[in-house]
Design a protein around this ligand. Structure first.
Ligand code: FES
Length: 168
């Protein structure tokens, strides 16, 4: 009589006829275990490398900070024919004091690809360094790739202090 019990075969007298050694079966088990451990380690290592990359490519959204007015400071601290970047909530605003002493404020975010614009006194214009985009002192795009005018903000004097408010 021949019976099978897992990997063992018995002859008619009940003597075990081993098909493979137990050592081979145990080696196979160790090999499978090592494959699982190394495979898991490899997956964890790849995930460790990829997570910062995905985080960089998909940054968390900044929450919008609602601000209706920002105090810039005394007018005397702002030289004529100059521009300065002012934080308006989490948006940059360009405040320009022109050569003929007018105050104007615009979004400092270029309408082309979101670079920060600046006032160039030698050009008498607002200029974007990224692709040489230019805006006049009314915020209108006049040359280069910017497709739209800059968003306009209002400038209000309260006593000697300059305030910037969102345009109504
Ligand atoms: S981002 Fe300003 S001109 Fe391109």
């Amino acid at each position: 009589m021949i019976r099978k019990k897992k990997s063992q075969v018995f002859n008619a007298e009940g003597v075990s006829l081993t098909l493979g050694s137990d050592a081979t079966a145990t080696d196979g088990g160790k090999r499978d275990f090592l494959k699982i451990v190394l495979g898991g380690g490899l997956v964890a290592w790849i995930a460790t490398l990829m997570y910062p990359l995905f985080s960089y490519l998909n940054p968390p959204r900044q929450t919008e900070v609602e601000v209706s007015s920002v105090k810039v400071g005394p007018l005397n601290d702002i030289p004529r024919d100059s521009g300065m970047i002012v934080r308006f909530g989490n948006k940059p605003v360009l405040l320009v004091r022109t050569a003929d002493d007018q105050l104007r404020a615009f979004s400092a975010v270029c309408t082309h690809l979101d670079c920060t614009v600046q006032y160039k006194s030698d050009l008498g214009m607002i200029w974007c360094a990224c692709h040489n985009g230019r805006y006049d002192l009314n915020g209108r795009n006049v040359s280069g790739p910017p497709p739209r005018p800059l968003e306009v903000y209002r400038v209000v004097m309260q006593g000697d202090d300059v305030h910037i408010t969102a345009a109504a």
